[in-house]
Design a protein around this ligand. Sequence first.
Ligand code: P6P
Length: 333
Amino acid sequence: MKRVSLTQYLVEEQRLHNSIPAELRLLIEVVARACKTISHAVSKGALGEVLGSAGSENVQGEVQKKLDVLSNEILLEANEWGGHLAAMASEEMETIHPIPNRYPKGEYMLLFDPLDGSSNIDVNVSIGTIFSVLKAPEGMKEPTEKDFLQPGSKQVAAGYAVYGPQTVLVLTTGDGVNCFTLDREMGSWVLTERDMKVPEETKEYAINASNARHWYPPVKRYIDELQAGDTGPRGKNFNMRWIASMVADVHRILNRGGIFMYPADAREPDKPGKLRLMYEANPMAFLIEQAGGAATNGKQRILDIQPGKLHERVAVFLGSKSEVERVTSYHNE
Ligand code: P6P
């Protein structure tokens, strides 16, 4: 098959759909290049003296790994000079990061989780970068956190990189989902899968089952039915996977179907879930919907949620549409 590079794909998409103006193409290419740099740093492992903790905590109160901090810096430096952004926001930074005055500003705002799945870094399990692109509000002068608080339906692009056996970049700009694989010899991203689709039905689910005693009734009912298999109301057996790295779990689901769940639970009743809305749930929900799947917080479509805070958390049920609709219906009964 003739090789199509990321650049060629973006140029041809612009010609076809007029959905990737030059500045958005630059943004995506800059983020893709930063993901190559992160992939290189991650792959060194202990040889690169990048494992272990950075001795600091992020805004979530989570211990930052050296690679978390390094990945965040790589994305900031890669995106500051291009003139395509007005500001950035990251899981690793409490406040938004305006573009320094020495650089021109653009009309896009980039949000990211620079290295998701940090608990897996030191044990060589797949991790990744998640990013989301919003447009700056009309007439915005100095960007503030409020300018970022747009529902996920406003995203103009979203994607993730998985640093695993292969390094892949999965991307949508609103016209379907495409996957690029990093050719390490050439250092280029090559289109390896066009228009990915999440199978509507599945026999696989992903949840951290150690929290079972804390689950609320709709989740408990849904999981009990899956575990009853062909002896229960579902009439078929299911398999379970939990990699504890959202990008890896979502990539599996995009490839072969499944449902990913991180529900709210009784451990902290006023905490809506563990995952963050703006730079984890929203980009993944955009990708999954673009691939024909569904994504809710148990009650409503994730992309319809009006954010209140930059780092707010949300419950996540996403993947094969029939399963997401079923577990969501249990919540709404
Ligand atoms: P738990 C990683 O820390 C993460 O944010 C997601 O990538 C992953 O799905 C989830 O948390 C794992 O959470 O509670 O199973 O460790």
